[in-house]
Design a protein around this ligand. Structure first.
Ligand code: RB5
Length: 149
């Protein structure tokens, strides 16, 4: 799977840890930056770069990382068609796929450790959208966005 991944300085280390792990899992991570550790960089730049790749179909999924994951998830969710889920446990990671068909995962590099992040990413990538009544609910969100059912 092509997976766009981006982080600001606060998620930089975690991004660097996850990229080789994604490759080992047989995925194709596309790193949209940050490419250098710079405390003055801004999470919306990377979150929106990831979200736009997913929106355009250039990546099937996206992962955005900042200090808490909050700013990145807010920014990514401004892009039409993006359903970014901030998950710091396996339960919400799985449900964000099964119920919400989340196409972007947000993580907080200052909140969770690398091993937990790795397991969250694994569960999130392996879980599938359940459809059914959940599709009806997502269609309502698409209506809010003006992109129809
Ligand atoms: C940067 O200091 C920090 O605010 C950012 O990484 C993120 O946590 C914002 O939500």
């Amino acid at each position: 799977m092509r997976i766009a991944i981006g982080s600001d300085h606060a998620g930089f280390e975690l991004k660097g840890f996850l990229i080789p792990m994604l490759k080992e899992m047989g995925h194709e991570p596309i790193d949209v930056g940050a490419y250098v550790l710079d405390e003055n960089d801004d999470y919306p730049d990377f979150a929106v770069a990831v979200a736009n790749m997913v929106r355009k179909g250039e990546a099937e999924r996206g992962i955005v990382i900042c200090g808490t994951g909050i700013g990145s998830s807010i920014a990514a969710n401004k892009v039409k068609g993006i359903r970014a889920a901030l998950c710091h446990d396996m339960f919400t990671a799985r449900l964000s796929r099964e119920h919400n068909d989340a196409n972007v995962l947000a993580l907080g590099g200052r909140v969770i450790g690398k091993e937990l992040a790795m397991e969250i990413v694994r569960v999130w990538l392996e879980s599938k959208f359940s459809g059914g009544r959940h599709k009806r609910r997502l269609d309502k969100i698409r209506e809010i966005e003006g992109i129809g059912g």
